[in-house]
Design a protein around this ligand. Structure first.
Ligand SMILES: [Zn+2]
Length: 80
């Protein structure tokens, strides 16, 4: 996980780009991140609250996940 992604994701969160998210079963979340376009993000956390996997329909090639997933993670965790 590159530090840059973490910072970019936090920025998205702080900027209010995570417009909504829903908790599903098994620590899974679906969210919409809006930055010029809307991106659909699915995020799964483990019981420790760490990211198991994240998916996003953007065209980023960042692995293991992009800033949109990180932004949703911040929102879910209520990071400030
Ligand atoms: Zn993305």
């Amino acid at each position: 996980m590159k530090r840059k992604i973490i910072e970019l994701g936090q920025e998205c969160y702080w900027n209010g780009n995570v417009v909504q998210y829903f908790a599903k079963e098994d620590n899974e979340y679906t969210a919409t991140v809006s930055i010029q376009e809307n991106y659909s993000v699915t995020l799964k956390l483990d019981t420790q609250g760490k990211i198991v996997w994240g998916e996003c329909d953007c065209s980023c090639t960042d692995r293991p996940y992009c800033k949109h997933v990180q932004a949703v993670f911040c929102a879910v965790r209520g990071a400030s």
